[in-house]
Design a binder for this molecule. Structure first.
Ligand code: PLP
Length: 387
């Protein structure tokens, strides 16, 4: 692509190895994995391999992986699939955080319209949920599920998932985490950290779009959200998207291989860019802290600059960033994540998210800085001319 792509939290390019792994499953390997004959057994074998790879990426066992159509479906399946059973046992409260992705927020709101009691935990100035707040909420409410993301899509803030899971375990409440932004960027330990449900989405780690997974702890009963066949051990009906799932498996293997070096490289680029921004652009504020955010995410507010105008100005320079999550771009409301962190309205509306990935390097960071200096100066001088 002509330009500098800095929007990897929105989506990543499909890796060439992933595309190559998928291609046969659009052609000669077309059997239905539920068929017992050889053509079916061939694709079943490919799905089994993908399941093992995804399980390894998240730290689960293959039989705990339920394939879905992506992060949104995984989140909805976790919330509905657990709450529908929990409610019948008198545990009708769902606990989430204020900074969840719309896939969790909207699913929780729709459950609330149907009678679920919703408790929303605040975050601190760094965008992090305090385990003590969760402990208090669980002491007060008969919760059926807690859902708190592993890393936020807008700021990259990383949550204390192991601690939160431990609080849930001692209260006997299942814990779901949306790890869509964390997968492939930080190590995940589904079993090791005592997590009960975990969502991932392939297109955030160089796999294809429209495919994901929900890890479900062995023994935890999950009600399917659509009626149909017995695929995925009765947890998710519908013929599996074999080519895309094979692609997700390949992407998971690639992500695991790169986990020991790539996040550290991206962290270096991020720190370099932020340091240069602080030196060259007055009035810029980091949303979140460097130490508690994903190595690849930088969210910055620029005083006196409209975030949307900055994105468009950078787009003209062929530098691609975004304002909040891609899903809510175009909305005039300031980000719910930044306001939950205590950012005032103006600073919340003047933020951009820069999210780095495999194709980025140091010269691109320097070119981005120069473009930022130009565009921020231009926007500020235009605002000054109007005022
Ligand atoms: N959860 C988080 C944290 C996300 O960032 C996203 C996508 O932006 C989703 C869920 C939704 O995933 P998908 O696009 O695969 O439906």
């Amino acid at each position: 692509m002509d330009g500098i792509y800095l929007d990897h939290n929105a989506t990543t390019p499909t890796a060439p190895e992933v595309l190559a792994a998928m291609l046969p499953y659009f052609g000669e390997c077309f059997g239905n994995p539920s068929s017992v004959h050889a053509a079916g057994r061939e694709t079943r074998g490919a799905l089994d391999e993908a399941r093992r790879s995804v399980a390894e990426l998240v730290g689960a066992s293959p039989d705990e992986i339920v394939f879905t159509s992506g992060g949104t479906e995984s989140d909805n399946l976790a919330l509905r699939g657990i709450m529908s059973r929990a409610a019948t046992r008198g545990r009708n409260t769902l606990v989430i955080s204020a900074i969840e992705h719309p896939a969790v927020l909207r699913a929780a709101e729709s459950l609330a319209r149907e009678g679920t009691a919703l408790v929303t935990l605040p975050v601190d100035i760094e965008g992090v949920v305090r385990p003590a707040d969760l402990k208090n909420a669980l002491a007060e409410h008969a919760a059926g599920l807690v859902s708190i993301m592993t890393a936020n899509n807008e700021t990259g803030s990383v949550q204390p998932v192991a601690e939160l899971a431990a609080v849930c375990r001692s209260a006997g409440v299942p814990f779901h985490t949306d790890a869509v932004q964390a997968a492939g960027k930080v190590e995940l330990a589904f079993a090791g950290e005592g997590i009960d449900l975990l969502s991932v989405s392939a297109h955030k780690f160089y796999g294809p779009k429209g495919v994901g997974a929900l890890a479900v702890r062995r023994g935890l009963r999950l009600a399917p959200t659509s009626a149909g066949g017995r695929q995925e051990k009765g947890r998710r009906a519908g013929t599996e998207n074999v080519p895309a799932l094979v692609g997700m498996g390949a992407a998971a293997r690639l992500a695991l291989r790169e986990l020991s070096s790539e996040p550290a490289r991206l962290e270096g680029l991020k720190r370099h860019l932020w340091q240069a921004m602080r030196e060259r652009i007055p009035g810029c504020h980091l949303n979140g802290t460097l130490d508690r955010t994903l190595p690849s995410t930088l969210n910055v507010s620029f005083e006196g600059v409209d975030g949307e105008a900055l994105i468009l100005g950078l787009d003209l320079e062929r530098i691609f960033v975004s304002s909040a999550s891609a899903c809510s771009s175009g909305a005039v409301e300031p980000s719910h994540v930044l306001t939950a962190m205590g950012r005032d309205f103006d600073l919340a509306r003047s933020s951009v998210r820069i999210s780095l990935g495999r194709g980025n390097d140091l010269p691109q960071m320097d070119a981005t800085l120069e473009a930022l200096v130009r565009v921020v100066t231009r926007i500020r001088s235009m605002a000054g001319a109007v005022a």
